[in-house]
Design a protein around this ligand. Structure first.
Ligand code: NAP
Length: 499
């Protein structure tokens, strides 16, 4: 599968309506209402999904709880759970083109990235947890002559996952895979805009052997479905990736219901810091461009604050502008496209408003424009701002578009202070050859992820999480399992042998 025509044929084959996924079958919303999904590139609706209401959520959560209690998944052997997850990962790979086209139509991601990065990483995550399933150990503290202490982990029951549209499959899988691996039942509420790909993902789980009722997908608006899940007293854990504003509200929903665990992966405004002694300045420049343009900048970890040591500032800025001019912004189904449209007209309007605010505040555009390339297609050219100040909106707030603010610094202390001058704490990158500086910067940066001489790297076993307004806890690796399991201490008094 490689040319645009073949991708378009696959896009045309997307069903014009979808059901919700529950009990291993399709279902309509009880009220019979539907919502349209909109393709930002063609500016047209292409399918519908059920508009669930709170009574639909009640039904799905009750089913998930009943399935958990029945033990068809929660009490099977970890090895069997692993086998099913690995089989599901294989099916995702088999259906990679189809899933990639769905994502591409839903939110405009270039189909090449959707297949080779997003779908590939979804399968990789799932396979990793499948392989881990039967390799975890419980523990027993030593040195207790008259007792046996057991420390075990148990699934929490019903896990609700609420996920965003920017990486709809891979981010959902960061939650689904460890939660299922631990034996829970999962109710996924995907972003409305990207529901269709999540539904197809769930359907494939049945083919892999996941028992009915263990994974459900409820479609509808966040304000209805998401809120109902967050306030549901039969949900034990709510795992969320999305905006800081919505995430903070979920903590209040938990407090107002059953005090469920709430895990938050939120927004970011990540600094990318280039020192003059970067081991490979050309690589640093290439990567800096990627860091704010990949997925059209709609990435929580986007490197949107680029701080460059003054000695190489002019060279780096020229390199960035030169590379940005060579990027192709266009049809996401064309494999040659680098940046697709922004995910929606409203997202496009938000990004352009931010660019305008930067200009009004006195920043200078070294590349890009405050006008859309094509407003009907929600396309925006990557924007490079210079002459920025820390108090500007474009430096403080998450834009979620291909916009970077570039500023010089004079020494390490200033770079660190600029990096931490943010309410967010998701990620950062540092480019330098100085090993001591690497450690000083890594220790000093207030963020959950620090990449050195690289950006957005990791493997399934490394944790991913933020601090400050970027969230709490962590996805990925064994670290994700804390929220999906209850820790239990069992103390067994052995009694004395008086014989
Ligand atoms: P969003 O508006 O917060 O939506 C995220 C999810 O929450 C969607 O499923 C949404 O449903 C739902 N939702 C909306 N309002 C809700 C409510 N009142 N109660 C419960 N759920 C509700 O975020 P987004 O625009 O989709 O995604 C972009 C944001 O996600 C950015 O801030 C980005 O930084 C962040 N993000 C963070 C990470 C990370 O790992 N830290 C990764 C990716 C993205 P609807 O679609 O129906 O509105």
């Amino acid at each position: 599968m490689s040319d645009a025509t073949t991708w378009r044929d696959l896009a045309a084959a997307i069903p014009s309506s979808h059901g919700m996924w529950g009990r291993g079958a399709w279902a309509e919303a009880a009220g019979g209402h539907t919502l349209a999904l909109h393709d930002p590139w063609t500016d047209s609706d292409f399918t519908t999904v059920p508009a669930a209401a709170s009574d639909d959520v009640d039904r799905v959560v009750a089913d998930a709880g009943a399935t958990f209690a029945a033990g068809s998944w929660s009490r099977v052997s970890p090895a069997e759970r692993g086998r099913v997850l690995i089989a599901w990962a294989g099916l995702i790979e088999v259906h990679a083109d189809e899933l990639a086209v769905l994502v591409s139509r839903e939110m405009g991601k270039p189909v090449r990235d959707a297949r080779d990065i997003e779908v590939a990483s979804t399968a990789k995550t799932l396979r990793w947890y499948g392989e881990l399933a039967d390799k975890l150990m419980d523990s027993s503290p030593r040195g207790l002559p008259d007792a046996l202490a057991l420390v075990t982990r148990e699934p929490v029951g019903v896990v609700a996952a609420i996920t965003p549209w920017n990486f709809p499959l891979s981010l959902a899988m960061l939650k689904i895979a460890p939660a299922l691996m631990a034996g829970n039942s999962v109710v996924l509420k995907p972003a409305l805009q990207t529901s269709a790909s999540s539904l197809r993902l769930a359907e494939l789980s049945r083919e892999a052997g996941l028992p009915d009722g263990v994974l459900s997908v409820v479609t509808g608006r966040g304000s209805t479905v998401g809120t109902a899940l967050a306030r549901h007293s039969a949900v034990s854990c709510l795992t969320f990736t999305g905006s800081t504003e919505v995430g903070l509200g979920l903590l209040a929903d938990s407090a107002a219901s059953n005090g469920k665990t709430v895990s938050l992966e939120l927004g970011g405004k990540s600094p990318n810091i280039v020192f003059a002694d970067a081991p490979d300045l050309e690589k640093a420049i290439d990567t800096a461009v990627w860091a704010f343009t990949f997925n059209s900048g709609q990435m929580c970890t986007a490197g949107t604050r680029l701080y460059v040591e003054r000695a190489v500032y002019d060279d780096v800025l020229a390199g960035i502008c030169d590379r940005v001019a060579r990027l192709t912004v266009g049809d996401p189904l064309d494999p040659a496209t680098d940046l697709g449209p922004l995910s929606s007209r409203s997202q496009c309007a938000t990004v352009l408003e931010y660019i305008d605010s930067g200009l009004r505040a006195g920043a200078r555009l070294a590349a890009g424009s405050a006008d859309a390339l094509d407003p009907d297609r929600s396309t925006v050219a990557p924007a490079v701002f210079t002459d920025v100040r820390a108090d500007m909106q474009i430096v403080r707030e998450e834009i979620f578009g291909p916009v970077v603010a570039v500023a010089p610094f004079d020494d390490e202390a200033q770079a660190l202070s600029m990096a931490n001058e943010t309410d967010f704490g998701l990620a950062a990158s540092v480019w330098t050859s100085d090993v001591s500086r690497i450690h000083r910067m890594s220790r000093g940066i207030e963020a959950g992820n620090v990449w050195v001489n690289s950006y957005e790297e990791g493997v399934p076993s490394t944790p991913f999480g933020g601090r400050k307004l970027s969230g709490n806890g962590a996805d990925k690796g064994v670290y994700a399992l804390d929220k999906y399991t209850h820790l239990k201490h069992t103390w067994i008094a052995l009694g004395r042998n008086h014989a």
